[in-house]
Design a protein around this ligand. Structure first.
Ligand code: SF4
Ligand code: SF4
Length: 82
């Protein structure tokens, strides 16, 4: 009998998270539009430049796909994968 690890589709799913530089962000909302998981929203706090920056809502659904980072014109997003 095998006692090996069983990988279910759920445990095999890629996970990730992002950081958003609150000071680099200009609040353009492009990342909000492009995130396939819809887990980026607008902060309710202005940054030093007077913009409402994007905020990451980490609910465990981020896949680390990096689309948000690729479309950000301010290079404000960094992506990490588990
Ligand atoms: S890495 Fe992908 S899933 Fe995660 S926040 Fe960015 S666009 Fe959304
Ligand atoms: S795309 Fe970049 S600059 Fe625009 S809201 Fe998102 S993090 Fe901010």
């Amino acid at each position: 009998m095998s006692a090996g690890l069983t990988l279910t589709p759920e445990s095999n799913k890629m996970k990730g998270f992002i950081t958003i530089s609150q000071e680099f962000c200009k609040g353009c909302e492009i990342c909000i539009s492009f995130c396939p998981k819809k887990i980026i929203s607008r902060s309710d706090r202005f940054n030093a430049a007077g913009y409402l920056p994007a905020a990451f809502n980490n609910n465990g659904e981020c896949t680390g796909c990096a689309i948000c980072a690729l479309v950000c014109p301010e290079v404000a997003i960094e992506v990490y994968r588990d």
